[in-house]
Design a protein around this ligand. Sequence first.
Ligand code: FAS
Ligand code: PHB
Length: 394
Amino acid sequence: METLSLKTQVAIIGGGPSGLLLSQLLNRSGVDTVILERTSRERVLARIRAGVLESGTVTMLEEAGVADRLHREGHPHEGCWFSDDDLMVRINFAELTGKTVTVYGQTEVTRDLYAAQDVMGTTILHEVSDVVINNADSATPKITFTHDGNTKQLSCDYIAGCDGFHGVSRRTIPDAKRKEFERVYPFGWLGILSRTRPAHEELIYANSSSGFALASMRNENLSRYYVQVPLTDKVEDWSDDAFWTRLFACLPSDVVKTMETGPSIEKSIAPLRSFVSEPLRWGRLFLVGDAAHIVPPTGAKGLNLAVSDVFYLHQALIYAVQKGDDSGIDAYSGRAMTRIWKSMRFSWQLTTMLHQFDGEDSFAGQMRKAAMLHLAQSDTARKDLAENYVGLPF
Ligand code: FAS
Ligand code: PHB
């Protein structure tokens, strides 16, 4: 069977938020891209993931020309709450940092990016399989893959591995060239969506004697909640009633009093891990987003960190492709890694501060309570949390 050949300047593996945003920014600067996505567009858009956008992410989406609906339908938040049983502490982002975050689901960001890429006329091949990256450490990298029953070859100048934790890109870099760092947490987040009025107008991160919970939202009629569950739990172990009972036990009683419950329209369990693979580059292959790092969702950093990588890489690739200036791509891994590690630390710190760990002693519980009390009593502590939560500078 003949191999059909395609050619582009930057080949992007993965049609999630990082691949789409990188492609959109490159196209707007005149750089040609092709996106290879393993699943259908419907499957990508069916994933319920992040909900909070850092201020820098909003700026990047504005630069990409995809922020109109975000500004119409997204909800700027000037603060959020941390609770310890009935103690509630507000983190006033606006007062402490001059910035806000925006509540707007990752699904909607991805939908807006797909729409913009369709207008751009970008080639996005869905349901590709057998993706293999060849000669990434040469001047003529090629990707072979199967699509529509045909073997195809994509020749390119550069490859962006935006294919998530389970993708092919990270694994293409030889083990001897990579260093991995990992912390797997002994619990997961059971999350639901329900067409109910959110428990509070701002997010609440709750530490309690019943474990961790998060009260979030997508809009005024769509709530997003999470509770900490053992890794051994399965979604089918949790009825809606059991979920609401656990959530009520974790949230402050004044909040619970006025809460609205209803049937879940989505229910899933996400394991929590901290993971980093260094470096982000091998030859002409560059890793972006979840392909290179995973954070526990406690700090709302996953999607935002993917955007951070795109910020550094898109400029670097434009210089390399259009000016033959490799200084940006040579510096990409080091520059992106600095911000990745700082977000990794923040996400780990919040996860440790807010979750009960199996087999922990009473001292650990006291440390969590002391951390929350310090947050309640120290402007400095609240400012430190706020500047990390709204997003450190790129
Ligand atoms: P993605 O994983 O989103 O996209 C990678 C894409 O590559 C996918 O579409 C995949 O189909 C495709 N792909 C994989 N292998 C391929 C191959 N071989 N060939 C072609 N395509 C391939 N972050 C938060 O900030 N807050 C949250 O609450 C939150 N919740 C999450 C819940 C879950 C269950 C998961 C898994 C993640 C969550 N995240 C959250 C993190 C998440 O939002 C990611 O950070 C974000 O999706 C990263 O985007 P990408 O790097 O584009 O990776
Ligand atoms: C969400 O709304 O899905 C969400 C918000 C904040 C987080 C994690 C998830 O830290």
